[in-house]
Design a protein around this ligand. Structure first.
Ligand SMILES: C[S@@+](CC[C@H](N)C(=O)[O-])C[C@H]1O[C@@H](n2cnc3c(N)ncnc32)[C@H](O)[C@@H]1O
Length: 188
């Protein structure tokens, strides 16, 4: 089942990835508001947004088509499946993770995206100039993510300016939010 799903994902993305050298990736892009605006403002960049909910990707594609953008691509998949098929020769210059599901109950923390293993896995696609932008309204998730980045041997908190200020759907609903930028430690 999983093998068939991954094979299909690989087949449907093969042409997209052909010749691609670097990209901006958003995990959990929702309806694509942020990435569509970002791609419009950065026509020189290739942007990929992924989300596990198909309806959100359909709506993101509508936005992309309305704006006639050729440099943004939305894919209905999970982060786990995406990284299982994403070619290692393509680097991720900027990774956006905005308001990921916080999984507040302790027994569900294992479901959070931001984990030590996830940061380790990213090492395949990052360069010394890559940046990870993380924002959440869940203080406990933010504090845990900060600690994970600090403790990770390949990543560090970074003082880079925020890549692109844009109020996402979940940011608009939140009364406050917390942001961090992470970068690979040098040397990798
Ligand atoms: C709380 S919403 C935030 C959406 C958007 N980033 C925003 O700020 O408005 C989290 C999004 O992440 C998606 N998501 C959750 N787990 C995911 C995963 N493992 N891979 C990809 N997307 C995921 C959900 O479907 C949802 O659209």
């Amino acid at each position: 089942m999983a093998a068939a799903r991954l094979q299909e994902l690989e087949e449907t993305t093969r042409n997209l990835f052909l010749g691609m050298e670097t990209c901006v990736l958003e995990i959990g892009c929702g309806h694509g508001h942020l990435l569509t605006a970002y791609a419009e403002a950065h026509p020189e960049k290739t942007c990929i947004g992924i989300d596990i909910i198909a309806d959100r990707i359909t709506r993101a594609n509508r936005k992309k088509n309305r704006a006639r953008l050729a440099n943004v691509h939305f894919i209905n998949t999970s982060a786990e499946d995406f990284f299982a098929i994403f070619p290692s020769q393509i680097s991720i210059s900027d990774l956006f993770i905005f308001f990921p599901d916080p999984w507040p109950k302790r027994r569900h923390h294992k479901n959070r995206l931001m984990q030590t293993e996830f940061l380790s896995r990213l090492s395949r696609w990052i360069t010394p100039n890559s940046r990870l932008y993380f924002r959440t309204d869940d203080l406990a998730y933010f504090t845990a993510t900060e600690a994970i980045v600090r403790a990770h041997p390949a990543w560090a908190l970074h003082s880079s300016p925020w890549a692109f200020e844009f109020t996402t759907v979940f940011q608009a609903r939140a009364s406050s939010h917390y942001s961090l930028v992470a970068a690979p430690q040098k040397p990798l």
